[in-house]
Structure formats: structure tokens, C-alpha cells
Design a protein around this ligand. Structure first.
Ligand code: CP3
Length: 350
């Protein structure tokens, strides 16, 4: 068993971690959600004939795929290649990730007995994660590695619906109609998410992102009543390890303050909310985002003009990490993303 490497001395001075701490930065740091994956030809090549979950459980492959966008784009952070449902798979939930569809769960969770049948996660369930993170931290040197997990509401949606859902109707029916089952399920997932993040941080990840991608389906009152405390528990447990925490959801314009209050250092913002408005809503926290992911299909000068607006708006924040407002769209031209990265990193802040 290899050991967690001592932290690289350059990490503390990286633009990403400075922004996360709200300190002055040499340039606006930039990385992209879903930077590793389907838009890269070198990704498609190494994934040939290998299933998505299989690749997430192969430390050498995970390491290679995580490094690919760092090599190609020179982004300011690597995001660990995995998936929000991987920890469930690791504890024995029967699920698969189907190409073009997403996570599919064989036996959806509907009762208290279903919840209680899901084991808690221990580091022994995910030795390949520890191994991959340790290898990555060595390879990445001064570039921070961002670990991640799915937040309880978003993961619950896959477990209860049995697959991707637009309305999250069964999930919300459980939330509104069976509060005891809901509470048990959210506690179960929060414990698994926190344990999964803790494995990544103890193996050397410099920061984490909690993805509550589908939280935008909730009213602010329902978010606060039924969801927030569970995400807060995950973020509090990781806060004790001393690493910055990013909290992100899609369509969360009216939830941004609550996402921050759940215990984030940085709130991720999708492209629908002007960054200036988001900064007001999150108070004394940093922001991440938020260029519309379709702008990479526009002429380069249109894309960079809009990126400049995002950077300028971000200067009012306690810290700003540049990103797209959601994941990289699979048909994105990698050369255009490279131009965007260079533009953001060379944009003068003086
Ligand atoms: O950001 C990265 O580059 C790191 C890797 C990463 C993946 N999934 C790899 C992946 C991350 C951070 C995720 C998180 C994730 N997974 C989220 C939250 C982020 C978000 O997009 O809001 C969600 C909701 C999932 C669930 C999931 N897994 C979906 C919706 C899909 C896409 C289905 C499809 O193919 O359209 C997946 C599969 C998945 N996860 C792929 C990748 C690279 C594609 C699978 C493949 O290449 O075969």
C-alpha cells in the first residue's frame, strides 16, 4: 500500500487555492466541470471497450483520464475522474452507467428496508480511489486535485427514480409524503458522500466539490426544510479536514444563499444567473462559474468577450474561480476550450 505524498510546496501558492481562500491571485484560476471525458479524443481512445464504472474502478485508467485535460489545456485544477454514483456501486448497490443515458439503478429505493439494506462506505470499499488520488497528487505537483461527491438530494433522485429524471416526482413524493424514509435515505447518502470525500482528501486531494446538480428542482423553503442539513453535514465533516469546499447546483438562482449557508467556501453558479447577482446572494464567500457552456460554439471573439465579462464581474467576489455554468458539452471542440483557458489565464487583473 503506497502512502499519501507530502503536500507539494507549490500547491499553497496555486491560483486556485489562493482564490479559494479569498486571497489575491496572479490570474483568475480556471477549470471545467466535465473537463475529463467525452469531448477529448484521447479519452475516447483509452475508454474503448471499457465500461464507465469499470474505468472508475481502475486506478491507472482513472489517473490517466484525470491528467488528460491538465496536459491539453493547462487548467489550474484537475478534477478527479469518477462519478457521483461510484460510491454506491462500491458498497454494493446494483447499478450501471449507460452511455448517453446516465446512472440506472436495478432496484429503486422506496422503503425504509431498502434504505437500511445499503451499507455505509468505509475506505476498504474504495482502495482504487486512494491509489488513484495518491498517484495523481504525485503526478500533478503544483496543480491542485479537486475531489468530489454527489450531494444527498441529487444522489437520492437517481436511487429513488431508478435513473435520470426531469421532474424528480417520485423523489419529491417521498420527501413530502414519507419523511421518515426520506430522512433515513438522506442520512445514509450524506454519510456515504462524506466518507467518499474524506478518502479523497486523506489521499491528498486539495479541495472538494459537492455536486447538487438537481437541487434547482426545489423551492427555497423545501430545500431548507428537507435537504440543506444533510448537505451541511457532509460539508462540515470535510471542513474539519481544512480543505476548501465548493457547492454547486444547476438552476439554483434562488438557492445560492442557502447553498452557501450549507457550509461552502465557494458557491458554484450556473450560467443563468448574472455573476454579479450571485455574488450579492452568497455574501462573504467565493464564487465559481459561470460562462454559458454553449458559448464555446460561438466565434472565438464572441466567446472571449463574454468570458471577459465573467472575469470582470468576478472581481467583486471574495474569490473567483472561472468555470462553465455546467459541464463541458460532449461535442465541444477541445481547441476552442484551449483558447478559452489561455484567454482567462492571460487576462490582466492589475
Ligand atoms: O468533471 C469531470 O471531468 C470529472 C468526472 C465526472 C463525471 N461525472 C464523469 C462522467 C463528474 C464530476 C461527474 C459528476 C456527475 N455524474 C454529476 C454531477 C455533475 C453534473 O453534470 O451536474 C451527475 C449528475 C452525474 C450522473 C451522470 N453520470 C450523468 C448525468 C452522466 C452522463 C450520461 C451521458 O452519457 O450523457 C454520467 C456518465 C458520465 N460521468 C460520463 C462521464 C465522463 C460519460 C460516460 C462515458 O463517457 O461513457
Amino acid at each position: 500500500m503506497s502512502r499519501t505524498p507530502a503536500p507539494d510546496l507549490r500547491l499553497a501558492d496555486s491560483a486556485f487555492l489562493k482564490a479559494a481562500r479569498g486571497e489575491p491571485v496572479p490570474h483568475t484560476p480556471v477549470w471545467y466541470m466535465r473537463q475529463a471525458g467525452r469531448s477529448l479524443p484521447e479519452y475516447l481512445k483509452v475508454r474503448e471497450g471499457v465500461g464507465m464504472l469499470e474505468s472508475c474502478m481502475d486506478a491507472a485508467l482513472t489517473t490517466e483520464i484525470t491528467l488528460q485535460p491538465v496536459r491539453r489545456y493547462g487548467v489550474d485544477a484537475a478534477v478527479f475522474f469518477s462519478d457521483i454514483v461510484l460510491p454506491l456501486k462500491a458498497v454494493g448497490v446494483d447499478l450501471d452507467i449507460k452511455p448517453g443515458i446516465g446512472p440506472v439503478v436495478a432496484e429503486p429505493v422506496r422503503t425504509l428496508a431498502d434504505v437500511e439494506a445499503i451499507p455505509d462506505l468505509t475506505p476498504e470499499h474504495v482502495p482504487f480511489i486512494t491509489e488513484a488520488v495518491q498517484a495523481l497528487v504525485r503526478e500533478l505537483g503544483g496543480t491542485p486535485l479537486l475531489g468530489f461527491a454527489g450531494a444527498p438530494f441529487t444522489v437520492a433522485s437517481y436511487l429513488v427514480e431508478g435513473g435520470p429524471s426531469k421532474e424528480h416526482a417520485r423523489t419529491k413524493a417521498m420527501m413530502f409524503g414519507a419523511p421518515d424514509v426520506w430522512d433515513a435515505l438522506m442520512r445514509k447518502i450524506a454519510g456515504i458522500a462524506a466518507a467518499f470525500l474524506e478518502v479523497q482528501v486523506r489521499a491528498g486531494a486539495s479541495a472538494v466539490q459537492l455536486f447538487d446538480s438537481w437541487a434547482g428542482a426545489l423551492t427555497p423553503a423545501d430545500y431548507v426544510e428537507h435537504v440543506q442539513r444533510h448537505s451541511a453535514r457532509v460539508l462540515a465533516q470535510i471542513g474539519e479536514l481544512g480543505v476548501p469546499r465548493i457547492h454547486f447546483g444547476v438552476g439554483t438562482s434562488n438557492l445560492l444563499g442557502h447553498l452557501g449557508d450549507a457550509g461552502a467556501d465557494i458557491v458554484g453558479v450556473d450560467w443563468r444567473t448574472p455573476l454579479a447577482d450571485a455574488i450579492e446572494r452568497v455574501g462573504d464567500r467565493g464564487v465559481q462559474g459561470n460562462l454559458d457552456p454553449t458559448l464555446v460554439f460561438a466565434p472565438t471573439e464572441v466567446m472571449t468577450a463574454r468570458a471577459a465579462e465573467v472575469i470582470e464581474a468576478g472581481r467583486a467576489a471574495k474569490g473567483h474561480v472561472f468555470n462553465l455554468g455546467h459541464g463541458v458539452i460532449p461535442s465541444t471542440d477541445p481547441d476552442q476550450l484551449k483558447r478559452l483557458t489561455e484567454f482567462v489565464q492571460s487576462y490582466p487583473l492589475g
